[in-house]
Design a protein around this ligand. Structure first.
Ligand code: GLU
Length: 553
């Protein structure tokens, strides 16, 4: 009877599970190598959580010399958007999450276990569906949406809701009844005839969440929809088996479905995969934790980091700090090591959800950028500027080596400065190095007064020489101190502040403010040298004029 029913339901399916088992043999990988995947639904929006989960899958494979592949889960045709896959894969690729196999950025497919796009696998799903019917483990259901609604309504107060037991109206239809309905043109879904026992428990060991115990699945869930397209549950089990996935890393919204999935693996005669359920990225708001939200949080979109100009290396570094609890300690011990050499471990992931913190990302990024070479900072920020900041791109284009020299100031020091967290910080950071963007600001601090400023600047203007080396240059600044009533010795000043108008720090500040409009900058000597004699003189003249006017009211 089952064979007859199977042929009635799937007259065009002539392959068998055996055929696919042979077509997709177990992978020939070294012991312990893990096969993981990312299975995006092509919505076109790459959530930070997708990148995070993708990274987990990628790292899991890479840490074991395994395979990481991408499978596109496009069975929900309503949600399909053209070009969405490319957008998502490009987004992942920018952070180094590149698939060894599966769907590639250009839309092509690579690998022996394809097709890797679910809409192209209909025949495979139906072959296994037919097999389940033959085994008496699946049956067609003719219930309409209204009937299903009625069933739901009648289940108030029941512990378990859904299509099962006495509610499963179509479970025991005879072949004749089924044939009659089909001949009458009724549409059907294919349901699992769940062998689950309400009183039994399902046990499994999640690689992130640990040991879990849940009631067995008893629901006769839909395997194939009326159009013959599989549900997520059915497709997941078949695809991950035939693609020889060893570890399924996915969002923990699926954890409640594990008893069902394990049951499906068993019904189909497959060895189950290992699961690692990744908790969602959380955000703290007014003392409460909630999921990072596409609707509320701009930083939920991976495009946000690109637009702001956070380098991929920073986002990756930050992601790893929230991905593995021991990463920061490892980083302290391995300051210059490649992030890929960190021994990523699923077991070190947060069970309840990593907390996203933009301030922390900013700090991590400042650190990452402070370790980069000027050429790299220039190249990456130039690429960013061409897309997102015309002004900066135009400044860079004028003289690339000048721009690189600016970015090189204080770089490579023992304690490099950490002024730049993202490329969008650079325009402001270097603005005073260009006349086009230099903003005059003559506000002083410390002991400096307009009167003292005029005296200092007059002397500096005459003495300054672009051929001076740093010692000479600083020597000259010290020499200015005495004639203007200051001391080159800060200690001396502190011992008797009444005796002096200021100290060498105040003298430097006056020069710094005149040249840059700021009281805090990187190495003033290099700035001065890069600005060059003409611009330095011009800016000093301007400042003198300003202070004189101020003094004279
Ligand atoms: N397409 C599913 C989703 O986007 C993938 C879940 C999985 O990784 O198995 O949620």
């Amino acid at each position: 009877m089952n064979k007859k029913l199977a042929d009635l339901l799937f007259p065009n399916i002539d392959k068998t599970p055996q055929y696919y088992e042979e077509l997709y043999p177990p992978r020939n990988l070294k012991e312990g190598a893990r096969v993981t995947r990312l299975a995006p639904s092509p919505t076109g929006f790459l959530h930070f959580g997708n990148l995070f989960t993708g990274m987990v899958a990628y790292k899991t494979a890479k840490a074991t010399d395994g395979i990481f592949y991408v499978r596109v889960e496009d069975t929900d045709q309503k949600r399909k958007i053209d070009g969405a896959v490319e957008v998502m894969l490009e987004g992942l690729s920018a952070y180094g999450v590149n698939a060894d196999e599966g769907v590639m950025i250009d839309g092509s497919e690579k690998g022996e276990y394809g097709p890797y796009t679910q809409s192209k696998r209909k025949e495979i799903y139906q072959t296994y569906a037919k097999y389940l019917v033959e085994e008496g483990l699946a049956y067609p259901c003719f219930c309409s949406a209204e009937e299903l609604e009625e069933i739901r309504n009648s289940q108030e107060g029941e512990d378990i809701k859904g299509y099962y037991g006495k509610y499963a109206k179509c479970r025991d239809l005879s072949y004749e009844q089924i044939k009659e309905k089909i001949d009458a043109g009724m549409t059907w879904t294919l349901r699992l005839k769940s062998p689950g026992d309400i009183n039994k428990k399902c046990y499994f060991d999640d690689m992130i969440k640990g040991k879990i115990e849940m009631p067995e699945n008893v629901i006769d869930i839909v395997l194939l929809k009326t159009d013959g397209i599989p549900t997520y549950h059915f497709a997941h089990v078949i695809d991950d088996h035939l693609m020889r996935t060893t570890h399924v890393t996915r969002g923990d919204e699926w954890i409640a479905s594990v008893p069902l999935h394990l049951q499906l693996f068993r019904c189909l005669g497959f060895k189950p995969v290992k699961y690692a359920h990744v908790a969602p990225i959380m955000k703290e708001e007014n003392g409460n934790k909630r999921k990072l939200s596409k609707r509320k949080d701009p930083e939920a979109a991976v495009t946000y980091y690109k637009k702001e100009g956070f380098p991929a290396a920073s986002v990756n570094e930050y992601m790893m700090t929230i991905m593995n609890s021991n990463f920061e300690d490892w980083r302290k011990m391995n300051k210059d090591a490649d992030i890929d050499s960190f021994p990523f471990n699923l077991k070190k992931m947060s069970v309840s959800g990593a907390l996203f913190d933009i301030a922390k990302l900013t700090d991590v990024s400042k650190n990452v950028i402070s370790m980069m070479r000027a050429e790299e900072v220039f190249a990456l920020s130039y690429e960013w500027a061409k897309e997102f900041n015309e002004t900066l791109a135009a400044l860079y284009a004028k003289d690339e080596s000048y721009a690189t020299a600016i970015l090189n100031i204080d770089r490579g020091n023992k304690k490099p400065r950490k002024d730049i967290a993202k490329w969008s910080d650079i325009q402001d950071y270097i603005s005073y190095m260009y006349d086009e963007t230099f903003e005059k600001n003559y506000e002083l601090c410390g002991n400096a007064t307009p009167q003292l400023a005029v005296e200092v600047l007059e002397l500096y203007k005459d003495r300054f020489d672009t051929n001076d080396d740093k010692d000479n240059w600083f020597g000259k600044i010290k020499d200015i101190c005495e004639p203007v009533g200051c001391t080159p010795n800060v200690k001396e000043f502190k011992a008797d502040p009444e005796k002096f108008k200021g100290h060498v720090g105040d003298v430097s500040t006056i020069i710094r403010v005149a040249l840059t409009g700021r009281t805090n900058t990187p190495d003033l000597f290099v700035i001065t040298a890069l600005l060059g004699k003409e611009r330095v003189n011009e800016r000093i003249e301007c400042a003198i004029k300003y202070y004189k006017e101020k003094i004279n009211g």
